[in-house]
Write a protein that binds this ligand. Structure first.
Ligand code: CP3
Length: 326
């Protein structure tokens, strides 16, 4: 489980009540502590995702960000017109501005004595652009969508700058000890497939190709939320994340050669443990164990009960054992 996963845990809320979100992100020992919290509770987890946020990239470009309780991330300013891009550093020194994330990964790996892998991640260019144009979390990304039509050249310039930063950032995370790197394109389904293919798919494919060219051992994963997965069949991504809106069979048809990751409806975690286990087993069987990473089909929310993930993991463990060769 990932994507704002920690905040349903009382120990996360306790730690966050003493400080603020981006201070935690920027303090490797605290980022490590939060990364380890779910692992202490659920030792059967077989990977950890580094505690951070996709918005550290805009912060590195000069857009300061606060995490407002109950509102979400809020930047100091929004990119209202292309002229506002002058306020940004489009080519920040990734090592200098984001080394706190690299240190957090290294620290976490050391703490777990390399017994369990740490997953790194980044926002995809289009998802990052969405937050930057809107100035923070919003219900619909109307202004960002308008940018693609009204200012296509400026949009391409911003997306290309983000693409290059994402590559550097993922390479840095790999070098600090994260063997699998996920690119979250949460806003993929916000625009029509044609527009997505024009503005986003080439950059995403480039990111996968370039990271693997520079670091042949790296595994890269993409989560094109609510979008067409088939465009990634012909890409260097190793893993494609599946939203809860797709069926496992549909996902396998779209990307037959890829490892798939997903896609339990996060709302199921409110149900009684028996139902959670049953539906999890059903999902794993539908995907099939080979070339599959069990996960939710989107993020957790603060009101999820702590018992939900436990039942989910029990379901996963039971079916994997049943299907393992003798
Ligand atoms: O799962 C984890 O805890 C790992 C770290 C992680 C966070 N954010 C920490 C976080 C990861 C992988 C993310 C990714 C992220 N952040 C995405 C992509 C994944 C997705 O959700 O599709 C996006 C779009 C963001 C941007 C972001 N960060 C938003 C929109 C919000 C507010 C969400 C909401 O519904 O309130 C955040 C906050 C955030 N990021 C929290 C955490 C633990 C919650 C902060 C808090 O309330 O204390």
């Amino acid at each position: 489980m990932m994507r704002q996963a920690g905040r349903y845990l009382p120990e996360y809320l306790e730690l966050l009540s003493q400080t603020d979100f981006f201070t935690v992100c920027k303090t490797p020992a605290l980022a490590c502590e939060i990364t380890l919290q779910p692992y202490r509770r659920y030792p059967s987890l077989d990977s950890l995702i580094i505690f951070s946020d996709i918005l550290v990239i805009p912060v590195a470009m000069g857009m300061d960000c606060r995490m407002e309780p109950k509102v979400g991330p809020q930047f100091d300013f929004a990119l209202e017109t292309p002229e506002d891009m002058e306020k940004l550093n489009l080519t920040p020194d990734v090592e200098a501005t984001l080394s706190y994330v690299f240190d957090g990964i290294y620290w976490t790996r050391t703490q777990v004595k390399n017994e369990v892998p740490v997953i790194g991640f980044s926002g995809a260019p289009w998802t990052l652009m969405g937050y930057m144009v809107e100035g923070g979390a919003v219900r619909s990304f109307d202004r960002a969508k308008k940018w693609l039509y009204l200012y296509p050249e400026a949009s391409r310039k911003l997306l290309a700058a983000l693409r290059d930063i994402v590559v550097e950032y993922l390479v840095g995370q790999f070098d600090s000890g994260a063997p699998l790197l996920t690119v979250f394109d949460t806003n993929c389904g916000e625009i029509p497939p044609r527009l997505y293919e024009e503005f986003c798919v080439p950059d995403l494919k480039y990111i996968a190709t370039e990271v693997k060219k520079r670091r042949p051992g790296a595994l890269v994963s993409v989560f094109p939320k609510d979008g067409e997965m088939a465009v990634f069949e012909d890409s260097d991504f190793d893993v494609v994340g599946v939203s809860w809106t797709s069926s496992p069979a549909e996902a396998r048809r779209s990307c037959p050669s890829k490892t798939l990751q997903g896609n339990l409806d996060p709302h199921l975690l409110y149900a009684d443990p028996d139902q959670i286990r049953e539906r999890t087993v059903q999902m794993v069987k539908e995907f099939g164990v080979p070339k599959y990473i069990c996960n939710l089909g989107h993020g957790m929310v603060p009101t999820h009960p702590v018992e939900g993930p436990k039942a989910f993991m029990e379901g996963v463990d039971s079916v994997s054992c049943e299907d393992a060769p003798a």
